[in-house]
Design a protein around this ligand. Structure first.
Ligand code: ADP
Ligand code: ASP
Ligand code: MG
Length: 406
């Protein structure tokens, strides 16, 4: 009997009708003999609505209380799904993240899974229950409820698949798989039958929200293949895995990702002395603010400009941290703006093939889109451009790299 871990996203459990449809689907798999552990997201826009409720109380709600509040979204959907299954005559039980043994650190709103104790989940599987687990949440050693970051039910699912040694983790969503670009922006985008962990990680961590990037990271570390497919149809999806069969034949770009959650901070007139970068970035790291793109200009008269990006939700906190440091090191000025977005092309073909960067820059130039910053990895090129031009940039690059062709 195969043990399958599945995850259903917010649109797949958007209302009671959808929840019943998922329950029927699970009942059929169970009848076919599979043992099922099922992770669910909150119904449709529930998480946004809970955030909005808290915003009506105060501008800055306490992170601990926010996590307890946000965790309820997934508790609602998981218990409703278990109720629907039991009503269909299946044995089922719903567990919160804490009950499922998801242990995390204390970083509220962005907690990381430290360990998974699968004792209770295993016991329920042995009792022949379909185990429904509330995604996106865990518990600290001090018994505080945490959440793992937006979109992180994927990560709950892959973590459980890893610890339960499931053959693969199936992620069911509202698109048929991973596409060459967000199909909502580029109608010509093509579903990829397979993609490597490395490429998927670059896409996910640069804005392709079809998968949470930490889910891909965990899949890669624990060698859990991740299958992304639609919960609305039975059509084939995308397998994310570490096999080499596909990688050797690759000589092109696999996909394009865009990320509008970008804020840029520039510290002007920074004295060009050793230790300055550490003085600025260490406190940001200590506050769990992840800094993405860092560029330091060549110094003129021992003064340089330092530019970096953070996510928009971190901008205020980052400025609070950076301002006193900038004053201390006698920097001239701090500028912040939120009008930029990242556009990235990703493909392992870049390792050996030349010309990718040139084609990307030429394409953006031809579309009249100015590039404000460039960063690269071995298999990715990212440009910061005006956020308003992103859809146009995605479509132009998709065409230039001929991604619509199989
Ligand atoms: P879920 O609620 O199921 O977790 P998400 O909304 O988080 O679903 O992720 C699915 C969405 O990701 C799709 O509706 C699509 O708009 C978006 N998306 C972005 N990039 C891609 C891509 N490369 N391939 C497929 N979907 C993508
Ligand atoms: N409900 C959470 C969110 O909206 C987690 C998830 O859907 O994966 O971000
Ligand atoms: Mg998601």
């Amino acid at each position: 009997m195969a043990l399958v871990v599945q995850k259903y996203g917010g649109s797949s459990v958007a209302n009671t009708e959808r929840l019943k449809a998922v329950a029927e689907r699970l009942a059929r798999s169970r009848q076919a003999g599979d043992q099922l552990v099922v992770v669910v997201s909150a119904m449709a826009n529930t998480t946004d609505e809970l955030i909005e409720l808290a915003a009506q109380m105060t501008e800055k709600p306490e992170p601990r209380e926010m996590d307890l509040l946000l965790s309820t979204g997934e508790i609602v959907s998981s218990s409703l799904l278990a109720i629907a299954l039991i009503h269909l005559g299946c044995r089922a039980v719903a567990l919160s993240g804490a009950q499922a043994g998801i242990g995390t650190d204390r970083r509220h709103g962005r907690a990381r899974i430290l360990k998974v104790d699968p004792y209770r989940v295993r016991r329920e599987i042995e009792a022949e229950n379909i185990v429904i687990v509330a995604g996106f949440q865990g518990i600290t050693e001090e018994l505080d409820i945490t959440t793992l970051g937006r979109g992180a039910s994927d990560t709950t699912a892959v973590a459980l698949a890893a610890v339960l040694r499931s053959d693969r983790c199936e992620i069911y969503t509202d698109v048929k798989g991973v596409y060459t670009a967000d199909p909502r922006i580029e109608p010509e985008a093509r579903r990829l039958p397979e993609i490597s962990y490395e490429e998927m990680l670059e896409l996910a961590s640069h804005g392709a929200k079809v998968l949470h990037s930490r889910a891909v990271e965990l899949g890669s570390v624990h060698q859990v293949p991740i299958y992304v497919s639609s919960s609305f149809t039975e059509s084939p999806g995308t397998l994310i895995h570490g096999g080499t069969s596909m990688m050797e034949q690759r000589n092109k770009v696999m996909g394009i990702a865009e990320d509008t959650d970008v804020a840029r901070i520039t510290i002007r007139g920074v004295p060009d002395n050793p230790g300055i970068a550490a003085a600025l970035f260490e406190p940001l790291g200590a506050a769990s603010i992840s800094v993405d793109t860092i560029v330091q200009n060549a110094s003129v008269e021992r003064l340089t400009d330092l530019t970096f990006t953070v996510s928009r939700s971190d901008l205020d906190r980052a400025l609070e941290i950076v301002r006193p440091v900038a004053a201390e090191i006698k920097a001239v000025d701090i500028l912040a703006d939120t009008h930029l977005a990242k556009i990235s092309v990703v493909g392992s073909g870049m390792i050996s093939g030349p010309g990718y960067a040139g084609l990307m820059f030429r394409t953006l130039f031809a579309a009249g889109i100015n590039i404000e910053l460039i960063t690269t990895s071995e298999i990715r090129i990212t440009c910061l451009v005006d956020a308003a031009r992103v859809p146009e940039a995605v479509r132009a690059l998709h065409k230039a790299f001929e991604l619509e062709k199989g």
